[in-house]
Design a protein around this ligand. Structure first.
Ligand code: ADP
Length: 314
């Protein structure tokens, strides 16, 4: 279907992207693509490779293998930066500058700068433009960093755990702002997050990383229905073979005589009583249950949906 890889409507196209530090791969064989105008969450346990991917996309680190294109432009081309904004986890700002001076710097560095949106974000947090950055709280600094990122009017906004130091009110407000930005300007957002409820609420696309490898990628409305939560009676203290033999069991637990398993069904999930009374109930899992299962069992098979698959050039 998507046999026209460039300059397609892809915000991100990664092909065999990898980063090796000494003998260890922080990210390896990472191939996927993300359509434009999506809000995509990047989820994975600590050390999964999320910051490494974002660092590669922000051109802060050099890849060891593969290619990466953002908005159709290779990261080898310095022009890629004009339409990409990156909000790092440590939100680097100049402590001696006032907030107004930080915004002026943003204006001078960025040709598409939107002063009104940057000032609105700062002011709605009751932060004076005359305040020195060094005197602000962590949450206030985050807000100023958001203002700088939004003011740039990027086509692609990369956020490394953006909401982690915000109080619930500020989080609610800034996530609303993010969604409005996407709706109004067609901005694509890629954000790493540990807050699974936030991911479920805000994102329409998912990337799951574990151990430096891509474990799952695709639109949430395709990924979620590809899973089922199966519970039932364990057979000899295990998940029934009937289930494991036919379907992909991502993660399972046995508690006394009961098992529960998160499954990618290969066909109808009908239990029968043939092997010692194995029978089960099938429910639709929440996205949070799927993400937890996927992170708990990093060795389970990867699931890269067709839409997210980056075909290797023939
Ligand atoms: P995440 O953001 O998902 O927590 P990272 O991308 O920060 O994961 O890290 C992935 C792996 O790469 C980890 O094992 C981490 O220790 C390693 N790593 C990250 N940065 C460096 C570095 N500068 N030097 C050596 N190893 C690194």
């Amino acid at each position: 279907m998507h046999d026209d890889p460039s300059p397609g409507p892809w915000a991100i196209e990664a092909e065999d992207l990898g980063k090796k530090y000494r003998r260890r791969w922080a990210l390896t064989e990472c191939s996927f693509r993300l359509p434009a105008e999506r809000v995509c969450a990047m989820v994975g346990p600590n050390g999964a490779g999320k910051s490494t991917f974002l660092g590669l996309a922000a051109r802060l680190i050099q890849p060891s293998t593969g290619t990466l294109r953002l908005n159709g432009v290779s990261i080898d081309d310095p022009a890629v930066q004009a339409r990409v904004a990156f909000l790092a986890q440590d939100k680097p700002l100049y402590a001696r500058f006032t907030v107004g001076e930080m915004l002026r710097l943003g204006r001078e560095l960025n040709p598409h700068w939107d002063q009104a949106v940057a000032e609105r974000i700062v002011r709605s947090g009751d932060i004076a433009l005359t305040a020195r950055v060094g005197t602000l709280s962590g949450g206030q600094r985050t807000r100023v960093a958001f203002a700088l990122a939004f003011g740039k009017r990027p086509a692609l906004l990369l956020l490394d755990e953006p909401m982690s130091d915000l109080d619930p009110l500020a989080r609610d407000e800034l996530s609303g702002l993010l969604m409005a930005e996407v709706a109004e300007h067609g901005t694509t957002v890629l954000m790493s997050s540990h807050l699974l409820s936030e991911v479920e609420e805000m994102c329409d696309h998912l990337l799951v990383l574990a151990g430096g490898r891509l474990r799952m990628a695709g639109p949430t409305d395709a990924l979620v229905p590809a899973h089922a939560l199966v519970t039932g009676r364990a057979v000899d203290g295990r998940v029934p073979r009937e289930l494991t033999a036919r379907h992909t069991v991502v993660d399972s637990r046995v508690n006394g005589r009961q098992f529960s398993a998160l499954v990618r069904p290969a066909g109808p999930l009908t239990g029968t009583a043939a092997d010692g009374g194995a029978d089960w109930d099938v429910m639709a899992p929440s996205m949070e249950e799927i993400l937890l299962a996927c992170m708990r069992s990093p060795e389970s098979p990867a699931l890269i949906m067709d839409d997210a698959r980056k075909e290797t050039a023939a």
